[in-house]
Design a binder for this molecule. Structure first.
Ligand code: ADP
Length: 497
């Protein structure tokens, strides 16, 4: 371990750009953050201004270094983790974006996705990219730009069009146009990347009208991809670790071995399991994706997500206004023995894996005259653990792997009630680490490995520390009853809208 040196980790998210400065013990030395504008030009459309993403990122990077009070000379490397799938298009000559970035949440390419499904591309896309056809992924966003932004076609003809996910856009700009690269984890979210042969897929590029010159080179997640120019900190600094946010979080939780799992409890939940050097196929809508590629070795991942988790707590606070804070939800839930026979299904925007019902809607069931807000708070927290339970059960089955323990992060992992209940439901140990900034830490670890702050994976394991451990303390019969009640409630929430 090289002491006295720092990694500046960029965490470019959906609503804000952040930067976290880590020392060689994995401790946070400084942080910076700035929100940016969300554009909703039409219903279902979501855009970001790619230039504002750069401005806010640069601001956050400077703020993190200032807060720590270190000299830029002490920064050994920069790392990048990012909101995934969001797509930027720019002109190679000017380095300027030709339109707003199309954000992962944007549904404008739903018709194109319907067309691909009708053309029978589903099976091919699943087999090749590990993904299901959905507007989420970058490929159809790029096609939309090709068809709707006149400048794109013109630049493509000249070989001057550049497409990129946010990592690529940041690297391109920070290196002053010298590096046009992405990493394997981000590439695997474009719906254009063959995750088995590890290259851009020609058939999908043709299908989506994307010229080869408009796609970046794909490089390892840990390794120097370029030098950040000296305009920012007065000297060149290597950019040495790159991964999509959920992949970086899995790495930051030190889930390096097959069968290790993390769950991030944020607005929604993201469960990722390392399945080792072989991709696990899912027939129930889990995604097969690349976790990272390091030293020529790929780690594959199975990913499942629930659209709403912490957002249900926000709903109690902001819409129902029966609590003042997320912490109060936790406190109230602890005041009752159980949910009083109620069950909540957080299907505000439909249900994902394993149910896949876009027409399901939120439901509160089993309410009696004796139901209190404490019961409701408890039912909401329980629902987050129950929907996660469904994802683990499915994942374990499809990967054929028995889960040993669960590592957790994200805002709602602060809830002791939720974590204890999760442990009980899974009948497994749940570990909440000392550093909850696992996303930023993960890419910092990748960069640190590349530049020799850490020698090897074992050294990384030594900086991950479980802060709070939850052991299962639930009776089997209670667990079964809660899961049964949940499944009954899920059935009743289906096909509502
Ligand atoms: P995102 O990255 O998706 O914006 P965060 O990881 O920042 O999400 O987590 C935010 C979510 O965490 C919110 O939905 C909020 O309800 C929840 N949350 C924050 N603090 C707590 C807490 N102490 N107990 C339970 N939930 C919490």
């Amino acid at each position: 371990m090289k002491v006295g040196r720092y990694i500046l980790s960029i965490d470019q998210g959906t609503t804000s750009s952040r930067a976290v400065l880590f020392d060689s013990f994995g401790e946070i030395a400084g942080m910076g953050q700035r929100e940016f504008t969300q554009y909703y030009p039409q219903p279902g459309y979501v855009e970001h201004d790619a230039a504002e993403i750069i401005e806010t990122t640069l601001y956050a990077m400077r703020a993190a270094v200032n807060e720590a009070g270190i000299s830029p000379d002490d920064i050994e490397a920069i790392s990048i983790t990012n909101q995934r799938e969001t797509t930027v298009a720019w002109d190679a000559d000017t380095g300027l974006p030709i339109c707003n970035a199309i954000v992962w949440q944007c549904r404008r390419t739903s018709p194109e996705c319907e067309r691909l499904k009708a053309a029978g591309m589903g099976e091919y896309i699943k087999k090749t990219t590990g993904l299901v056809i959905d507007p989420y992924f970058s490929g159809t966003k790029m096609k939309w730009i090709m068809e709707n932004v006149p400048k794109a076609k013109e630049l493509a003809r000249l070989g001057k069009l550049r497409f990129g996910t946010i990592d690529t856009w940041l690297i391109y700009t920070l290196t002053e146009g010298k590096a046009y690269v992405t990493d394997f984890s981000n590439a695997s979210r474009t719906m254009l990347f063959d995750i088995h042969n590890l290259k851009w897929d020609k058939r999908l590029m043709e299908e989506l009208l994307i010229p080869e010159s408009a796609l970046p080179e794909v490089s390892e997640s840990s390794g120097i991809v370029g030098m950040c120019g000296n305009a920012l900190f007065g000297r060149e600094i290597p950019i040495a670790g790159v991964a999509g946010d959920q992949h970086a979080a899995l790495f930051g939780q030190c889930c390096f071995e097959r069968g290790m799992v993390k769950n991030t409890y944020g607005t929604g939940c993201f469960v990722l399991m390392n399945t080792g050097n072989k991709p696990a196929e899912s027939s129930n809508g889990l995604l097969t994706t690349i976790g990272w590629m390091i030293d020529g070795k790929v780690s594959y991942v199975l990913e499942g997500s629930a659209f709403n988790a912490g957002s249900a707590i926000q709903w109690l606070r902001d819409e129902l206004q029966i609590i003042e804070s997320a912490q109060e939800c936790d406190r109230l839930a602890e005041t009752v023995e159980d949910s009083g026979g109620t069950a909540f299904v957080p299907a505000f925007t439909g249900l994902g894996a394993p149910y896949w019902d876009m027409y399901a809607r939120g439901a509160f069931l089993g309410i009696t005259r004796g139901t209190t807000k404490a019961h409701m708070c408890r039912a909401v927290l329980e629902s987050i653990a129950l929907e996660s339970y469904d994802l683990f059960a499915l994942m374990g089955k499809e990967a054929g792997i028995e889960i040993d323990e669960l590592r957790v992060d994200g805002g709602a992992s602060r809830s002791d009630f939720l974590m204890r209940y999760q442990s009980g439901l899974l009948n497994k140990k749940v570990c909440r680490p000392h550093c909850l900034e696992t996303t930023a830490l993960g890419s910092a670890m990748m960069a640190g490995l590349a530049v020799g702050i850490w020698e090897n994976i074992d050294e990384l394991k030594s900086i991950w520390r479980c802060d709070t451990e939850y052991l299962p303390d639930m009776l089997g019969e209670n667990r079964d009853a809660d899961i049964d009640r949940w499944h009954k409630a899920v059935e009743k929430s289906k096909a509502w809208a």
